[in-house]
Ligand binder design. Structure first.
Ligand SMILES: Cc1ncc(COP(=O)(O)O)c(C=O)c1O
Length: 397
């Protein structure tokens, strides 16, 4: 049987980055003890208040269909948080609840870009973006985030990449995999570009709670941009519940009917007991959320410190997020070969970043989503591995 052309446009995109991780999973299933630092699955227990509220809603049999764009009781406190944090107007009519940030990005993109359009995305970028763009039919255009510039955007290059076909600038702050947290002046410049060239600004802020070098600035906080800005985020990382699939889109009121139509045929809404449980997160700041930020910041500092003297590798402290990037270009191994050799020699699984875009070639991503003692052990094994590698490369030194 023949399959639609769409299946090719989404196939294989970004999946290569997971090869070593899959190998690690097979080794773990075969009984090897593997330190898996290649995936961003939070290791913390979710907040008891969040779990209790969700379980109570389930016991109360809130198990029917939810409103397609989410219950108003949840959309209202989400909107209130955005209004309070950004100083810009936001009501429930600006908010749609979706199944994770991934669904938010995907369905929003389908509403704003299609065949013949260009979507401008700084790379490296999160591995699912290419397939999401492929599904929309739009063409993804890259601009580089260079390691020398701390993986911050080259704003002049971004402007040069705009063509009459460009419809969207898609950003991610704090950034996966580099951790870069955009400065307000960078966001303002990008916002001005969007206004000048009549573009959408799509901002993936799923790591918004994990900004260390400077406070997170939401794209929603840019003045006079609410008619062209779409912010997507979720509870997956901030509250350690990726399995809840609870995310949201904040955008112009006029976007809502379009998202309603797409969700109507795409998901038919989410889970009402999850929506009800999630309300506690927006009604008051849960202590676990604040603790989570402190944990990742501490882990990032520890991992950077432990890897600072790693032979032929460069590490820099991330500005935000849940990852540390290690530049392995001077080891003489490509990122995938490095990750595979590390896995087999030391049973530590890290993620080669080549699939995130050309500017991440030769880097591996270390997830900070494991208990501190495991991360310390992982760092020790990485140092051991690179020391041996250096001795093999330069036996006389
Ligand atoms: C940058 C980025 N965006 C979106 C997502 C998807 O998040 P969610 O679990 O909310 O769908 C992830 C998940 O790792 C991510 O790293």
């Amino acid at each position: 049987m023949r399959y639609a052309a769409l299946t090719n446009r989404v196939a294989g995109k970004g999946s290569d980055v997971w090869k070593v991780h899959m190998e690690a999973n097979h080794m773990a299933a075969a009984g090897h003890e593997i330190l898996i630092l290649s995936i961003a699955n939070p290791d913390q227990a979710p907040s008891p208040a969040l779990l209790d509220a969700t379980i109570a809603a389930l016991r109360d049999r809130h198990t029917g269909y939810a409103a397609i764009i989410g219950e108003r009781e949840l959309r209202e406190p989400i909107a209130a948080r955005y209004a309070a944090r950004t100083g810009q107007p936001c009501t429930f009519e600006n908010v749609v609840v979706v199944q994770g940030a991934q669904a938010g990005l995907f369905f929003s993109l389908l509403c704003i870009a299609g065949v013949g359009d260009e979507v401008l995305v700084p790379e490296p970028m999160y591995a699912t973006y290419e397939a999401a763009c492929g599904a929309s039919g739009a063409t993804l255009v890259h601009t580089p985030l260079r390691p020398e510039g701390g993986f911050h955007p080259d704003l002049a290059a971004l402007e040069r990449a705009i063509t009459p076909r460009t419809r969207v600038i898609w950003i991610n702050t704090p950034h996966n995999p580099t951790g870069a947290v955009l400065r307000r002046d960078e966001l303002e410049f990008i916002g001005a570009l969007c206004r000048k060239h009549d573009l959408w600004l799509l901002s993936d802020e799923v790591y918004e709670e994990f900004a260390y070098a400077r406070p997170h600035t939401s794209a929603w906080s840019l003045p006079d941009m609410q008619d062209r800005t779409i912010v997507v985020s979720s509870l997956s990382k901030s509250h350690a519940v990726p399995g809840f699939r609870l995310g949201w889109v904040v955008g112009p009121k006029e976007l809502l009917p379009h998202l309603w139509n797409i969700l109507n045929c795409g998901t038919f809404g989410g889970s009402p007991f999850v929506h009800e449980g999630a309300q506690v997160v927006f009604e008051k700041e849960l202590p676990e959320g604040l603790e989570m930020r402190a944990i990742y910041q501490r882990r990032a500092a520890m991992m950077t410190r432990e890897l600072r003297d790693t032979r032929h590798c460069q590490v820099s402290q991330p500005e935000g997020g849940m990852f540390v990037l290690l530049d392995v270009r001077d080891t003489g191994l490509g990122a995938e070969d490095f990750a595979r050799a590390l896995l087999h020699a030391e049973h530590v699984s890290v993620l080669p970043c080549d699939g995130f875009g050309p500017s991440a070639v030769g880097h591996v991503r270390i997830s900070l989503t494991a208990p501190d003692e495991k991360l310390e052990e992982g760092a020790r094994r990485i140092v051991k591995f690179t020391t041996r590698l250096a001795a093999e490369k330069h036996p006389s030194r």
